[in-house]
Design a binder for this molecule. Structure first.
Ligand code: AVJ
Length: 346
């Protein structure tokens, strides 16, 4: 999966895991202190802070534990969830256009590499890619995916980095090759517009002068289509959303009844974003270790925002972050877009 993750307006948490992690090491959870009962790590603090806020919220990065990642894979297979399939269909066409138009020798840098599935059309078509540098916060997953990819592409130099790419990061060694960034999956949609701008600026600094960035971005479209994509018939998205409550029960000394909450996702037209919430079906208190948290009937936990960008929206975002749109691709029916950005700052 494109397994990175993602926050809520007004929250101080970043969508993607915020603790900086050393390159080439398996990330350790930031355990501050351990008692027999309570493990006070980043998740612990984020959950307590998020559920004590006036608009309760949890970061979507916490969707992706083992079962959450499994649900996300199931979402990608759903008819209603068009972004995954649409981008995958668009990629071979994008790759062959790039192969024609991009002359040079490249180091391909993937942000949030996940399963490394989407990179294959690029590797297959573009002969000039000599080095592949995936960056992901999840070390174990990344290393095993890289081993497999290396088997398939023997002459490619595969150089993974375990890191949080929302933080400033110096990648050692493009080896004289031209950096080509890759950020598929419309993961940028999980950032607020301000965070997205910060991210694009950070990526430009990481990749440096003369770099390119190929990015997948979900578009604004009929609210009905958007609504369906996050409210599938089989209820997989609901399970994906509710799983975060199971994760809390697994981590805390808590007996949250997941059945007391309801999946609620809608398209907020004025903000141009899907919002996912977990809505309390009744007034009740929950107990997390020794903290009591009250829910009114109908009160929600905001678990995800997924911003959608029209070509005009994205053009504005790119321009203000020092990127210039070199090429753009639009899937049939304007369902999903990809952009090749060129670093405009010399
Ligand atoms: C992680 C941004 C690709 O917002 O569409 C799918 C995750 N959430 N269904 C999105 C998601 C609910 C997704 N991205």
């Amino acid at each position: 999966m494109s397994n990175i993750a993602l926050p809520i307006q007004g929250a101080t948490t970043s969508p993607i895991d915020t603790h900086a992690v050393q390159q080439h090491s398996i990330p350790k959870t930031n355990v501050q202190e351990k008692t027999p009962v309570i493990e006070r790590n980043q998740f612990y603090y984020d959950v307590l802070a998020g559920l004590n806020a006036s608009q309760k919220h949890l970061s979507p990065k916490y969707f992706y534990d083992e079962s959450g990642s499994h649900y996300f894979d199931q979402i990608c297979a759903l008819d209603e969830y068009y972004p995954y399939k649409t981008e995958l269909t668009l990629l071979p066409e994008v790759a062959s256009t790039l192969a024609k138009n991009l002359q040079g020798q490249f180091a391909l840098v993937e942000f949030g590499a996940g399963s490394l599935l989407k990179v294959k059309p690029l590797l297959n078509e573009i002969d000039g890619i000599h080095r592949f540098m995936p960056i992901d916060i999840s070390g174990e997953h990344l290393v095993s995916a890289c081993e497999q990819l290396q088997q398939e592409y023997q002459s490619l130099e595969v150089a993974p980095t375990v890191a949080d790419f929302t933080q400033p990061l110096a990648l050692d060694g493009f080896h004289g090759l031209q950096p080509l960034g890759f950020f598929p999956g419309s993961t940028i949609g999980n950032f607020t517009p301000d965070e997205a701008a910060g991210f694009l600026q950070n990526v430009r600094n990481i990749l440096g002068p003369d770099s390119y960035l190929l990015i997948g971005v979900d578009t604004k479209k009929s609210p009905r289509t958007l609504h369906r994509a996050y409210n599938d018939q089989m209820g997989i998205t609901a399970k994906f959303n509710l799983n975060i409550l199971h994760r809390i029960n697994r981590h805390f000394d808590s007996r949250l009844d997941v059945a007391d909450f309801e999946h609620y996702a809608f398209y907020n037209t004025s903000e141009g974003r899907i919002e996912m919430h977990l809505v309390s079906r009744k007034a009740h208190n929950i107990v997390l270790d020794e903290t009591i948290i009250h829910f009114d009937e109908g009160e929600s936990i905001h678990t995800e925002s997924s911003y959608k960008y029209s070509p005009q929206d994205f053009q504005t975002l790119a321009a203000k972050t020092g990127w210039q749109i070199d090429q753009a691709w639009m899937a049939q029916g304007d369902m999903f877009s990809m952009y090749l950005l060129k670093n405009a700052v010399h």
